[in-house]
Design a protein around this ligand. Structure first.
Ligand code: HDE
Length: 716
């Protein structure tokens, strides 16, 4: 445990403020806790060697087991108690280690140590999650994604506990239990899992108009990102940054993915629930193992104190964004996720985030949702991680030294030396001591905001406009995105049993966003909708800004094919040279070509070579890849055309707007499957050179968007 800050002697002389993290600090800190059984004997938890791990101790070979069998009892007893409560929300997640490195001008906004030196790498641990489903639910459900980052800085842990959407469903934390009870599986039968498509969710949100903006975000394709690397992140609330002069500015935090933003197609996301429920976590895991790291830039929108009231919404209202067109995002650093955890439970499950974990240079605003969160996260860890010593769990420990007079409780591991566990004291030399005055010595000092107010339970009038920004979001979507949103509302409401809830959404909520949206969803439910938009409450909102291109997912599509997976379909009689050439061209662009065959048995090529498949048609179905190439060879194309799985593969890829290429005889499979061969995004040619450039360009657009309107005609 050489690097455990707890084990460092508190000599009373160490200057804690001189502590400096490095990129490796957290890994070194964890090293003391890693355990590798290679070469070791099997022993009990108390060190006794175990001679027989197959037979319990019995009274005779066929007799009852004896209570005396401590080996058996310890093993079963530990096993019986393996589970801890899962998180009440964000139960399903996956995480990775990495580092954050600031850009040159970050230091001007915050005095926090991690922003001061552009050469410095601060270790981070990031957990991505879904919100509604249980720990064992599916990755690709329609839901918000958590994006929680723990920075292990010189000055302590800073947690930026964000989501992949920049607003939230409610304005005041006192409504959080109501909201979560409404969205979670219903209490009488625990149905549905990982879904918002049910009565209690739509009942609640249609009675709480403040949720309208966020619900619209979740009905967009942002609800099911293709990959965590293609997802934006947001701090949601307005925070403060304090600079070296003590000046405070309001900030909104953004994570901008360097690989661009893109999502799955809803039908594809649903099919993945069955085909690969671990889709997002698997892709992240495999990419990191392959050295294809996830990268994001950290951005801030900065609002000077004196500009707090210059917007037509309240910057303390967490159901509002600050449009990027009004306050651009300044990029202040880069994060790279480059190492998978060693153990899911020890790290990903036991990590405890808390927005109240801040360091000097970061502070809170009075956003009433944020204020409530500052209570909730510490509280929830008490039950989940079994008491107040969860900060001693290795993944949660800061890497800088920390000493205080907190003592005892369940599972305490630190052996605090000395007699005085109080301050001030004259017995242990007065240690550990405070560091006044805070700004000079690195102590945390809350921003001296002047507050002159009445104690009151009320919602500020400035929080009253629930629709203008929803309309702004709607107006900023491309036509394809709008169609997907209409389909999403229609789908979700079709799962709602009570007609009055459906009608309330369609007639009372949607018209406030957009009449056409309401009409189209109403049409699919046989519900009449108003022909004029309800007037917004006077004096409120309705920004002059009518559109914000930054709100469209398509504004930041990846413009290359890096990290993309392409299925190369083959069967006996395939042209092996084409397979090799296609793989090489893909690899040269940072993509991966995967040979997919009817079975895992090596395929016999026309030149006599054996081609070894990476997967079989139903093992890596089209929903698990980004595009498809059908290789040439008469017999290969014929065999694939006679296979239901082969036909379905290209039909489904077509339906999900994927680029498809067929080389030479490979075209036969497209014809047999009724996939059009002369259309955008379908490339046929006689060689890999023929098809590659147009195929790559189509893939670079992520999907063949022009196909969207007729995709549903394909029966797959
Ligand atoms: Fe959370 N949230 N939350 N939340 N939240 C939790 O803490 C809570 C909110 C977010 O990967 C819980 O340790 C309240 C907004 C993430 O471990 C709990 C309110 C945002 C994660 C909790 C909110 C988030 C959580 C459950 C309204 C985006 C997962 C387990 C006032 C800015 C972190 C836990 C991880 C987890 C409370 C709203 C993000 C119960 C009371 C807004 C990413 O404490």
């Amino acid at each position: 445990m050489a690097n455990n800050p707890h084990t460092e002697p508190n000599s009373g002389e160490a200057n804690d403020t001189e502590f400096k993290t490095t990129e490796q600090s957290k890994s070194e800190n964890l090293e003391g806790y890693r355990s590798d059984a290679t070469g070791h004997d099997l022993r009990t938890n108390h060190g006794t060697r175990i001679a027989d791990n197959h037979n319990s101790l019995k009274a005779g070979e066929r007799g009852p087991t004896l209570l005396e069998d401590f080996v058996f009892r310890e093993k079963l007893n530990h096993f019986d108690n393996e589970r801890i409560p899962e998180r009440i929300v964000h139960a399903r997640g996956a995480a990775a280690h990495g580092y954050f490195q600031p850009y040159d001008d970050a230091a001007q906004y915050s005095k926090a140590g991690l922003f001061q030196d552009s050469g410095k790498k601060t270790p981070v641990f990031v957990r991505f999650s879904t919100v509604q489903g249980a720990r064992g639910s599916n990755d690709t459900v329609r839901d918000v994604r958590g994006f929680a980052t723990k920075f292990y800085t010189d000055e302590g842990v800073w947690d930026l506990v964000g989501n992949d959407m920049p607003v939230f469903f409610i304005q005041d934390a006192i409504k959080f239990p109501d909201f979560v009870h409404a969205v979670k599986p219903e209490p009488h039968n625990e149905i549905p899992q990982g879904q918002s498509a049910h009565d209690t969710f739509w009942d609640f949100v249609s009675l709480m108009p403040e949720s309208t903006h966020m619900v619209l975000w979740t009905m967009s394709d942002r609800g099911f990102p293709r990959h965590y690397r293609n997802m934006e992140g947001f701090g949601v609330h307005t925070f403060r940054m304090i600079d070296k002069q003590g000046k405070s500015r309001f900030v909104k935090f953004h994570w901008k993915p360097l690989a661009g933003t893109c999502s799955l197609i809803w039908d594809e996301a649903q099919k993945l629930w069955g085909r690969d429920p671990d889709f997002n976590r698997r892709m992240m895991w495999e990419d990191i193992e392959n050295g294809d790291y996830l990268e994001y830039e950290l951005g801030i929108q900065v609002v000077e104190e004196e500009d707090e009231h210059k917007f037509d919404f309240d910057i303390l209202d967490p159901t509002k964004i600050i449009p990027e067109e009004q306050v651009p995002v300044t990029l202040i650093g880069k994060m790279v996720l480059n190492r998978n955890p060693d153990n899911f439970f020890a790290e990903t499950e036991q990590v405890a985030f808390n927005p109240a974990h801040v360091v000097p240079g970061i502070d809170f605003s009075n956003d009433p949702l944020l204020q409530g969160r500052l209570f909730s996260y510490l509280d929830t860890q008490m039950l989940r991680l079994g008491g107040p010593n969860f900060h001693e769990i290795p993944i949660n420990q800061p890497v800088c030294p920390f000493h205080n007079n907190q003592r005892d409780s369940m599972h305490r591991q630190t052996i605090n030396k000395g007699q005085a566990s109080y301050e001030p004291n004259s017995i242990d030399g007065g240690w550990p001591t405070e560091t006044p005055p805070a700004p000079e010595n690195g102590g945390f000092e809350s921003y001296h905001e002047r507050i002159d107010a009445n104690k009151i339970r009320a919602r500020s009038e400035s929080f009253g406009d629930h629709y203008s920004q929803a309309t702004l979001f709607w107006n900023s979507q491309t036509d394809v995105e709008k169609e997907h949103i209409i389909a999403a509302y229609a789908f979700e409401l079709s799962k709602v049993q009570r007609p009055w809830i459906r009608e309330r959404v369609i007639q009372e909520i949607l018209p406030n966003i957009d009449l056409e949206l309401a009409r189209r969803v109403g049409e699919m439910h046989g519900v009449e909708t108003p022909s004029t938009k309800p007037a917004p409450p006077e004096q409120l909102g309705s920004s002059s800004l009518k559109e914000s291109p930054a709100l469209s997912l398509m504004a930041r599509l990846p413009d290359n094919i890096k990290y993309r997976k392409v299925a190369i379909l083959v069967a006996d009689g395939v042209d092996a040279d084409q397979v090799e050439a296609a793989k090489a061209r893909l690899e040269a662009e940072g993509a991966e070509g995967l040979v997919i065959a009817p079975s895992m048995a090596p395929v016999k090529a026309t030149n006599g070579q054996m081609v070894v498949p990476d997967a079989m048609l139903n093992g890596m179905p089209s929903v698990a890849v980004d595009a498809v190439i059908v290789a040439g060879g008469d017999d290969s194309a014929t065999a694939l055309s006679r296979s239901g799985l082969g036909l379905y593969y290209v039909q489904e890829a077509y339906k999900h707007l994927k680029a498809i290429a067929a080389i030479a005889e490979g075209k036969g499979l497209l014809i047999a499957a009724n996939v059009p061969t002369a259309e955008d995004g379908i490339v046929v040619g006689s060689s890999v050179d023929d098809i590659f450039t147009p195929f790559r360009d189509a893939m670079g657009q992520h999907r063949v968007w022009s196909r969207d309107a007729k995709a549903n005609d394909m029966p797959a």
